[in-house]
Design a protein around this ligand. Structure first.
Ligand code: ATP
Ligand code: MG
Length: 287
């Protein structure tokens, strides 16, 4: 598996593909973790999302927003080959991670997912103890200081205070919001390069939501974050870049296909969007 070598060889700064208007600040020059080119995803014969091209800047937070069914989760899953595990899903186009095509035949999807962690909308703890959930990845990687790693991940995920006295209790006994933070801790424990989050705060109360948003911001030091959210305030509070997706409806065929409308600096998306569909959505007039 050449992922590490190729990624190191190919890692370099490139100009972002998405356009910024002349009046807007120049896009980041820190380089990209992902370059997605003409990606379409089908479930069987149904094209869920088509011709998506975008870049994800390194060490920043990119939010994916748009109405239900526009393909946000589908696109998020293409970034770490999670769609491989979905029946009938097929991906066309190119997804480059640190310059390497992650769909190339010699790439091991398990290795891709080790570097590019994921937190799902619905918490999915393993039927193990709290400790063993967080220690799972580091243990597989042969890490030694499991206690230290488990504590650090639980602190960062804003769960430590609530579970420190019951680390050996079953994870499934935690509340839904606690299970979600546990899954975030589990994803952090392997120190991923990228973390993909699909509506990570939808089961959380406002206090935990703010803690998770703080966590996302702090993750930028070491990690790149891509987050799907339906919460416009959250997108504007937390993300540096925002991609707006919409659904193209073909009434004759009865087909609804997701597409990327625009990707720009979050403040530009929320205050001076290029496309009227984006403005209508972020101001609550559509979707
Ligand atoms: N496993 C699947 N099999 C068949 N169709 C699917 C599957 N997963 C998603 N779809 C369809 O693909 C389209 C995009 O779905 P996706 O879950 O990516 O949307 P989304 O933008 O994340 O929506 P939401 O905001 O409701 O989570 C939808 O029409 C959905 O019904
Ligand atoms: Mg979704």
């Amino acid at each position: 598996m050449q992922l590490a070598t190729a990624a190191a060889r190919l890692r370099r700064d490139r100009a972002p593909r998405q356009a910024a208007s002349p009046s807007r600040p120049a896009p980041t020059t820190t380089g990209h973790v992902f370059e997605v080119e003409d990606v379409s995803v089908r479930y069987g014969d149904f094209t869920a999302v088509r011709d998506v091209s975008l870049t994800i800047p390194r060490n920043e937070i990119t939010a994916l927003i748009g109405p239900s069914g526009c393909g946000k989760s589908t696109i998020l899953r293409t970034l770490n080959r999670m769609n491989d595990l979905v029946d009938d899903a097929s991906v066309q186009g190119t997804v480059r991670y640190n310059g390497e095509d992650i769909y190339a035949p010699d790439v091991d999807p398990v290795e891709v997912r080790r570097r590019i962690g994921m937190v799902f909308q619905k918490p999915n703890p393993f039927p193990k103890s709290i400790y063993d959930n967080v220690a799972f990845g580091p243990r597989l990687n042969g890490e030694r200081d499991l206690d230290g790693l488990v504590e650090e991940a639980l602190v960062r995920a804003a769960l430590w205070d609530e579970v420190r006295t019951k680390l050996r209790s079953p994870a499934l006994e935690l509340s839904g919001g606690q299970q979600q933070r546990l899954c975030i801790a589990r994803a952090l424990a392997t120190r991923p390069d990228v973390i993909l989050m699909d509506e990570p705060a939808s089961a959380l109360d406002p206090i935990a939501t703010h803690k998770i948003e703080d966590l996302m911001r702090s993750l930028r030091e070491t990690c790149t974050v891509v987050v799907v959210t339906h919460n416009m305030q959250q997108a504007s509070r937390v993300s540096d870049w925002t991609a707006f997706f919409s659904v193209d409806v073909d009434d004759e065929q009865g087909m609804r296909t997701g597409e990327l409308v625009e990707l720009d600096r979050t403040d530009a998306i929320f205050t001076e969007a290029s496309d009227p569909r984006t403005e209508a959505y972020v101001t609550g007039r559509m979707g």
